[in-house]
Design a protein around this ligand. Structure first.
Ligand code: SF4
Length: 405
């Protein structure tokens, strides 16, 4: 009798930890949990060995009719379109376990650096954020949104910023300069024109800082996209409604701290009056943990229905999507790779050295759930990247949610 072989699809991911397991079809973006018994675990181990080519012989002990845990496991994989059973002949179709390792790139950069060659490490830089600060700013909010930090005495000057941005433009993938904070009186038009010639600019300006300065709004819009950052609890509705009516093409970024803030946004009825993008972002203000959990908590079961595709899974496993490719320039000239982390360089340096330092020994761009307290969770490749919310709250969102319910 010809032996049979289970061939797992290259779109299927199987993750296990102890007695927990998940099988996930990245094509249909659905998955299910299973109990990882001893016999299933040993079988998965065989399937995942490189020489097995993501397949394994159906054990002779497995009888199609028998309802053993291993038979049920195999049957379910086949039923969900994650595997097929074929006769074990020489020309069996090949399959490969889905793997992508960005770490290889990091090793490559290290090797080049050891040879005294720069390589193209700068190409990992995609966005520069210049945080000018504001007396209305907040360091806590700045960790979670395009909010200015609280600062009145910026030492940044136009020449240093321009030089840093010009050096950053060696990256073929630099796609945006985001200027956050109160730009009033900071730089002249020539400065913005020069930056604009290097890369598109986005201004994120607090509505509180803008007041009724319509001329400035018009001026900024000549040089880039303007996003009004609106802390709903302090700013809505009076000042903002007139701004929105006057500049309907402006993007609006609402910062909400509770349910009432959300109700307030809906009550002012801006949907029909603006043509810019509208975003609503919940912000942790140190007293609203329950609200943050209600709005952002991760429900594990939801990740198994309409979860990420294969590309997103690789990205989750390799980089932090919130931070990767971004450098933040602070009002004191320090450069960060994450708004909640210590400085990784200064504006006096060449950005390519900072990018290399972050890839080599930084703790933000490559911070995945594999190196946080999620390291052993079977959902870690499905969950979104580790966020600053979790950094501020000190736990993964699902843990806090479970603790509160
Ligand atoms: S947040 Fe972490 S612990 Fe929670 S489900 Fe996601 S990976 Fe698992």
């Amino acid at each position: 009798m010809v032996r049979q072989r289970v061939i797992v699809s290259p779109d299927t991911f199987i993750w296990t930890n102890g007695s927990h397991g998940i099988a996930y079809n990245s094509c249909t973006r659905t998955g299910y949990r299973f109990e990882n018994t001893m016999s299933i675990s040993e079988y998965i181990d065989i399937i995942q060995r490189p020489e097995s080519l993501y397949s394994a012989i159906v054990p002779a002990s497995v009888d199609k009719e028998a309802h053993t845990d291993l038979q049920l496991f195999i049957n379910r994989l086949v039923k969900e379109g994650m595997a097929k059973i074929v006769a074990d002949k020489e020309d069996i179709p090949l399959s490969l376990k889905p793997i992508l390792k960005i770490q290889d790139d990091v090793s490559y950069y290290r090797w080049l650096n050891g040879q005294g060659i720069d390589g193209v490490v700068i190409n990992n830089l995609h966005k520069i954020v210049v945080n000018l600060g504001s007396c209305n700013g907040s360091n806590l909010f700045a960790c979670q949104s395009p909010f200015p930090i609280h600062d009145d005495v910026s030492i940044l000057n136009a020449i240093k910023i321009k030089q840093f941005i010009k050096d950053s433009a060696q990256s073929s993938f630099l796609s945006e300069i985001n200027i956050i904070g109160n730009p009033i009186g900071k730089f002249d038009e020539e400065f913005y024109a020069e930056i604009k010639s290097i890369s598109p600019i986005r201004f994120s300006v607090l509505a509180d800082d803008m007041g009724g300065n319509y001329d400035l709004i018009r001026k900024l819009q000549e040089f880039g996209k303007l996003e009004l950052v609106i802390r709903v609890s302090t700013t809505l509705p009076q000042k903002v409604i007139s701004l929105i009516n006057k500049f309907p093409e402006t993007d609006l970024y609402f910062i909400v701290e509770n349910e009432e803030d959300i109700d307030l946004i809906h009550s002012i009825g801006i949907d029909g009056t603006t043509i810019g993008e509208i975003r609503i972002l919940p912000i942790y203000n140190s007293t609203n943990k329950a609200f943050i959990m209600d709005t952002l908590a991760i429900n594990e079961d939801d990740l198994l229905i309409n979860g990420p595709d294969k590309r997103s899974i690789f990205i989750h496993e390799s980089i932090n999507i919130f931070d990767f490719g971004k450098l933040y320039i602070m009002p004191d000239g320090k450069v960060l790779s994450n708004m909640c982390s210590p400085a990784i360089g200064t504006i006096e340096e060449n950005p390519k050295d900072i990018v290399y330092r972050e890839l080599d020994r930084g703790k933000s761009w490559l911070k995945t759930r594999n190196n946080f307290s999620c390291a052993k969770c079977v959902f870690r490749s499905l969950c979104p990247s580790f966020s600053n919310y979790e950094k501020l709250l000190g736990h993964p969102l699902c843990t806090i949610y479970n603790d509160m319910n």
